[in-house]
Design a protein around this ligand. Structure first.
Ligand code: NAP
Length: 309
């Protein structure tokens, strides 16, 4: 079996950018795209904040451009999921359904998945008033009444950001204490457009073609009520796609890959690099993912050079 120079696992903005850079560096990269290629942007409608597209662009179209640019410089693609890896010795092994690949270096860019409440109405109204990304969709809700679910930094950040567009934002949290950092809490609590509903679970997002409200239950009293709104933002966290990496690279308690030598993208395993949302607990933007994909490509290139003395 031929030992590849670089295998890239994952195909969002980070992975594709790593593909473009490693291909242009003549490393002949191979990308394990996954069955659902393109990452979270494939689930987004209009992307208005990716530089270079002043009129905005649809998420899937943007990812199509990324992929085409990879292909232009010779990146090879495998449209299957990676099921497990063996990084215990070089060459590193990457297992797919029914196939194993070997490489001198691996770039992991498998991203993160939005955490959802898991109720039927949330799924049904996704893209019709239900969203998980204020940065992506906030501008579509000018003058609207919005609900944000969650009590962490993401929820506070989304709530604050949404007040630029919304007439009001109601944060609904399942406890009476926020998990968010003090500074983010204070910012939200001091924002006149933001109010809080505590100790409440979401039973159902209301509406047929668009969101009209949410039915909630007070977990202390059991009382149910309906809160009217036109937009419903879920901000209860993300889950990094690292299940297949357990025991192979160091992960933090939430499963994010830990970078060991910032500002490089090196993990604790020499020759394994990580970029994009799989290692990012703070920014999680397409443009930051793309930037870190470029960093991983350059890190991998330098690592390969170091192997040849
Ligand atoms: P998080 O800190 O895990 O908070 C998630 C919040 O959602 C918690 O309040 C949690 O409630 C709630 N929640 C979780 N599952 C729920 C469910 N099924 N139903 C209802 N509520 C649920 O996640 P995060 O806010 O995305 O933050 C993740 C990390 O990124 C943190 O380290 C954070 O500091 C960082 N971050 C930083 C910034 C910033 O500094 N600008 C911005 C965003 C994120 P409980 O509190 O009851 O558990």
């Amino acid at each position: 079996m031929a030992v590849e120079n670089v295998i890239i696992i994952g195909s969002g903005p980070a992975g594709y950018t790593a593909g473009i850079y490693t291909a242009r560096a003549n490393l002949n990269p191979i990308m394990v795209e996954g069955y659902q290629s393109g990452g979270l942007l494939m689930l987004t409608s209009e992307v208005e904040n990716y530089p270079g597209f002043p009129k905005g662009i649809q998420g899937p179209e943007l990812m199509g451009h990324f992929r085409a640019q990879c292909e232009r410089f010779g990146t090879r693609f495998i449209q299957r999921d990676c099921t497990r890896v063996d990084f215990s010795s070089s060459p590193f092994k990457v297992y797919l359904d029914g196939q194993v690949l070997e490489a001198k270096t691996v770039i992991v860019s498998t991203g993160a998945a939005t955490k959802w409440l898991g109720i039927e109405s949330e799924k049904r109204l996704l893209g019709k008033g239900v969203s998980s990304c204020a940065t992506c969709d906030g501008a579509f809700f000018k003058g609207a009444r919005l609900i944000v679910v969650g009590g962490g930094d993401s929820a506070m950040e989304e709530a604050n950001f949404l007040t630029r567009f919304a007439s009001s934002v109601t944060v609904i949290h399942r406890r009476d204490t926020l998990r968010a950092s003090k500074i983010m809490q204070d910012r939200a609590k001091n924002n006149p457009k933001i109010s809080f509903i505590w100790n409440s679970d979401i039973d159902e997002v209301l509406g047929t073609d668009g969101v009209t409200g949410a039915r909630i239950t007070d977990v202390k009293t059991g009382a149910k009520r309906e809160i009217p709104c036109e937009g419903f933002f879920v901000a209860i966290g993300h889950e990094p796609n690292t299940g297949f990496l357990k025991g192979q690279v160091d992960l933090d308690p939430k499963g994010y890959i830990i970078l060991k030598n910032r500002p490089t993208t090196a993990t604790n395993v020499n020759g394994i690099f990580a970029c994009g949302d799989v290692q990012d607990t703070i920014y999680r933007q397409a443009i930051t993912a793309a930037g870190s994909g470029c960093q991983s490509a350059i890190d991998a290139e330098r690592y390969l050079e170091s192997l040849h003395g």
